[in-house]
Design a protein around this ligand. Structure first.
Ligand code: FAD
Length: 464
C-alpha cells in the first residue's frame, strides 16, 4: 500500500488542510512529518517566543494525530536529504505540503519539489495559508499592488473561498514508522521556564483557535469597528498567533464570520465589506508584498530611506525594549509584549512610531525585537507593520505623520485602564522621567525627513 508523507510546516491542523486532503485523496497510508530545517529561515530564524509557541502547537497536533491512530514524526536537518531519508525508511513515494511565502522557504521548497520529482517521487504543494495566492491578484496593468484599498477591493471581487475541509475521520498508519526525535529534543522548552505564565494565557492547537474564534464571534465581532482600537478591552480576535502556525486557516475564519453575521441578519455584501475581514486582508496584502518584494524584511521598499540618518543609541533602545521610556502607553505596550507574547495593534503602531520617529532608531531594531518576543512573529506581517509605521513601505503612513503617544492614550485608553494594568507605578516616583522630549524629537524627525526628501528631489533633477 502506498505511503504519502504530509510535511507539516505552518499549517499545524487537521481540518481545512489541503495538503493532508490531497494525500488522503491519493489513498494509501499517511506519514505525518515535521522537520526543523535551518535553511527555511534565511536571516530570520524563529525567535524565542515563537519557538515556544511552535513547540506547544506541535504538541497539540501530535495529540490530535494520536487520537486518529497516527503519529507525528520529528526530524532535524536540511529538508531535502531529510525527506529522502524518511522516504527510504518508510517506503513513501509521495510528499505533500502547504505553501509558505517567506523568500528562503520559497526558494528551498522549489528546490525540494524539483529534486523529489527528479527522483521519481510525487511532490505536490497546496495553498493552505491564504485566501488567494499572491500571484493571483494583479492591478489593471497586470502588476502586483502597492496600495491596500484597491488591492482588497480586487480580492473581494475575485475571492470566493471554498467551504473549509473537514478533518479526516481516520488516518491509516504506514506499515513502518521511521525513526523520530522527541519534540523536547527537537525544540527544547526554555530554561528558566519563562513560558509558564504565557502557557496559562494561550491554549494551543486547533481547539484553542476554535475556542478563541467562537468567543470573538459571540462577544466582540459586532462591536469590532469601534472596540478594535481600545487596548484595555478584548475587542479583537487575538487569532494572530494561531494564524501564524496555521492552527486555523483564513478560510475557516471567513466562513465562520459569514455564518455568524448571516445569523444576525446581515447580508453577504454587508459582512464581506466589514472591517474585520479587511484586517485579514492586511495579512493577505503583507504576503502579497513579501512574495513580490522578497528583499523587504531587510531593506525599505522606498529605497531613499536607506539613506535616512538613523541614530545609534543602545541605552534608548534598551529602555524601549524593557518598557522604561517614561512614556506610559509605550511602556504599557512593551510590557504587555514581554509578559504575553502579543501586543494590541493600536499599541504596536504607537510603540513602533515612538521608536522610529521620536527615538529615530532604525526600524530593523524594532522588527528584530518583535521577532524575538512575539508569539505571532510573522515575516510578512511584521515587515509590513514596521515599514508601514516607519513610512518606508508600501501604502505607508507618511513619515511626517507622527503618533503622539500621549494623545493616543487619551483617545484610546481614556481611563488609563490599559496603562495602569501594565505600568502600575505610573504617576509615582518609581516611574522614570521621559527619555526623550516628544515635541523636540518630533521636530528633529521632521527635519531629518525633509533633508531626505530634498536629497531625493535633487537626485531626481540630476537624472532628468
Ligand atoms: C509594527 C507592527 C508589527 C506587527 N507585527 C506582526 C507580526 O509579527 N505578526 C502578525 O500577525 N501581525 C503583526 N502586526 C499586525 C497586527 O498588529 C496583528 O496582526 C494584530 O494585532 C493581531 O491581533 P488580532 O489577532 O487580535 O487581530 P484582529 O484585529 O482580530 O485581526 C484579525 C487578523 O487579521 C490580521 N491582521 C490584523 N491587523 C493586521 C495588520 N495590520 N497587518 C497584517 N495582518 C493583520 C491578523 O492575522 C489578525 O489575527 C504588526 C503590526 C505592527 C504595527
Amino acid at each position: 500500500m502506498s505511503v504519502s508523507i504530509v510535511w507539516f510546516r505552518q499549517d499545524l491542523r487537521l481540518a481545512d488542510n489541503p495538503a493532508l486532503q490531497a494525500a488522503l485523496q491519493r489513498g494509501g497510508t499517511i506519514l505525518p512529518v515535521y522537520i526543523d530545517s535551518p535553511e527555511e529561515d534565511g536571516r530570520w530564524p524563529d525567535g524565542a517566543a515563537a519557538r515556544w509557541w511552535l513547540h506547544t502547537n506541535l504538541r497539540a497536533l501530535e495529540g490530535a494525530l494520536k487520537r486518529q491512530g497516527s503519529r507525528l514524526i520529528y526530524a532535524r536537518g536540511p529538508a531535502l536529504p531529510t525527506l529522502r531519508r524518511l522516504c527510504t525508511e518508510s517506503g513513501a513515494d509521495a510528499v505533500f505540503w502547504n505553501r509558505r511565502y517567506e523568500p528562503a522557504a520559497l526558494e528551498r521548497d522549489r528546490t525540494v519539489k524539483e529534486a523529489l520529482r527528479t527522483d521519481g517521487m510525487l511532490a505536490e504543494s497546496r495553498n493552505g495559508a491564504l485566501l488567494l495566492e499572491p500571484w493571483e491578484i494583479t492591478n489593471q496593468s497586470g502588476r502586483p499592488f502597492l496600495v491596500f484599498t484597491p488591492y482588497w477591493k480586487q480580492v473581494l471581487k475575485q475571492c470566493e473561498p471554498a467551504q473549509p475541509l473537514a478533518a479526516p475521520a481516520r488516518m491509516q498508519a504506514p506499515p513502518k514508522w521511521p525513526n523520530s526525535l522527541s519534540l523536547d529534543d527537537l525544540l527544547p522548552l526554555p530554561v528558566p521556564p519563562w513560558h509558564r505564565s504565557m502557557a496559562s494565557l494561550w491554549q494551543p492547537g486547533e481547539t484553542g483557535a476554535a475556542a478563541r474564534l467562537q468567543h470573538f464571534l459571540n462577544t466582540a465581532l459586532p462591536a469590532y469597528r469601534d472596540a478594535r482600537d481600545r487596548p484595555a478591552v478584548a475587542g479583537t480576535s487575538t487569532l494572530s498567533p494561531y494564524l501564524h502556525v496555521g492552527a486555523i486557516s483564513p478560510r475557516q475564519i471567513w466562513h465562520a464570520v459569514g455564518e455568524a453575521e448571516s445569523a444576525r441578519g446581515r447580508s453577504t455584501v454587508e459582512w464581506r465589506s466589514d472591517k474585520f475581514l479587511a484586517e485579514l486582508g492586511w495579512r493577505e496584502f503583507s504576503h502579497h508584498l513579501l512574495y513580490h518584494h522578497p528583499h523587504l524584511p531587510d531593506a525599505p521598499l522606498r529605497t531613499e530611506f536607506s539613506r535616512f540618518p538613523w541614530r545609534d543609541d543602545p541605552q534608548a533602545l534598551q529602555a524601549w525594549q524593557r518598557g522604561r521610556t517614561g512614556i506610559p502607553l509605550v511602556d504599557a505596550g512593551m510590557r504587555e509584549l514581554w509578559a504575553t507574547g502579543w501586543m494590541h495593534n493600536r499599541v504596536r503602531m504607537v510603540v513602533a512610531s515612538f521608536l522610529v520617529k521620536n527615538l529615530r532608531l532604525h526600524w530593523l531594531h524594532g522588527a528584530r525585537w518583535f521577532w524575538d518576543t512575539l508569539i505571532d512573529a510573522d515575516l510578512a506581517n511584521n515587515t509590513q507593520g514596521w515599514q508601514w509605521t516607519a513610512g518606508c513601505g508600501a501604502d505607508a503612513a507618511p513619515y511626517f505623520r507622527i503618533f503622539n503617544p500621549l494623545s493616543q492614550a487619551e483617545k484610546f485608553d481614556p481611563d488609563s485602564e490599559y496603562i495602569r494594568r501594565w505600568v502600575p507605578e505610573v504617576g509615582t516616583p518609581a516611574y522614570p522621567a521621559p527619555i526623550v522630549d516628544l515635541s523636540a524629537s518630533r521636530t528633529e524627525a521632521l527635519a531629518a525627513f525633509q533633508v531626505l526628501m530634498a536629497q531625493r528631489a535633487m537626485a531626481a533633477a540630476n537624472v532628468e
